[in-house]
Design a protein around this ligand. Sequence first.
Ligand code: GLV
Ligand code: MN
Ligand code: MN
Length: 366
Amino acid sequence: MREWFAGECASRGLGLSEDRVGNQWGWWGDPDGSTAGGIVTGSHLDSVPDGGAFDGPLGVVSALLAIDKLRSDGLRPTRPIGVVNFVDEEGARFGVSCVGSRVITGALSAEKGLALRDADGVTMAEAMRTAGRHPDSLGPDPEALARIGSFVELHIEQGRGLIDLGHPVAVGNGLWSHGRWRIEIPGEPNHAGTTRLSDRRDAVIGCAQLVLGARTAAEAHDSLATIGKINIMPGGVNAIAGLATAWLDARASDEAALSATVAQIAEQAVGLGAVVAEESRTPHTDFDDVLVTRLARVLDGAPVMSTGAGHDAGILANAGVPAAMIFVRNPTGVSHSPAEWAEPEDCLAGVAALASVLAELAEAQP
Ligand code: GLV
Ligand code: MN
Ligand code: MN
C-alpha cells in the first residue's frame, strides 16, 4: 500500500515526505511555501479485519484524482496542496485507532504507543523494528503539523445517513465522542467433562453477561456499545475458560451519555470481578465552523451531518487544525464489512466535490 502510494505520488510529480511516525505526504507545490500552511486532503489505506474496500482508500484515491482534475481543468493552486496517507487509522493490530495522527499531535505519547501489544504479545516497537523501521523516531511532529493550513478528509459514509437525502455527498461537521475499553473477566480453568456446574467459575459466562449488559446500557443512554472482539483463554473446546478478555467500543453524541454508558458497563464488570482499562478515548469533536460553512457553500446545498465513526480529521481538529470532511453516499449503509459500497458515479461526484473544495481553499487560478 505504501509503495503504491509512493508510486502514485511519483507519477504525478508530487514531492513525497514521511513524518516521524511514517505518515506519507505527497505535495503539489512547496509544503513550506505558504505561511498559512497548505491545503491537505487524504485519509488512510489500512483496514479492519475483513473490512470493505472504501473506508480509507476512497479518501486517498479521491485526493489523487482531485489533483488530476484540477490539472486537467488547467488550474494552478496558489497555496500548496498535500495528499496524506495516515498510518494505522483503524488500530486493528495494536488496539488504539488513528495512531498516525495521534502520535504526531502528541495525543498518544511515543512511550505509550510503542508499548502497545498485539494479540501475540508483540509490542509496536518490536513490530516496527521487524519491518525495518525506527521506533526511536516516534514522537510529536510540529513541523509536519505546521504545514497543514486546513485538512479536508473525504470518506465513505459509514451508515444510512445519506441514503434518503437524495445527495451523493455531504459535508461532515463533527464526530461523536468514542473510546475503547479492555475488560478482563477472570474464571477458573477446569475440565469441561468433570466439573460440576455448581463448582464452575466460567469466565465466558461473565463475558456473555457483559455483552448483554453493554446492549442494555446503550439502550438506556441513547448511545452505542459494542463488544466485537473477545479472547478466551485457554480456548479449548473441552476446557472451562480461566480468562476472557473483551474489548468494548462505546460511542455517543455527547460526553455525558458516553460516560454514563461506560460507567454502567464498568459497574457490572467490577461486580463480576473484572478489571476495566481505558485504551483510548476521543472527545466529541466539532469541526471548524468557518471551514464547514465554506464547504457547504462550495458544494451548493450538500447536507451537513456528523458521524459516530472516528477519523484522523477528528484528531487533527482536536489539535487545533481547521478540519472538515466530505462523505460519499453508501447505498448499503454498511461499513467495516465487505458489503460497504459506493456507486462509481457517486465516487466521481466525491472527486468533483473535493476538487472544487481544493480549488477554493488553495486559491487555484487558471
Ligand atoms: C474507525 O473507522 C472507527 O470509527 O472505528
Ligand atoms: Mn474504519
Ligand atoms: Mn476510515
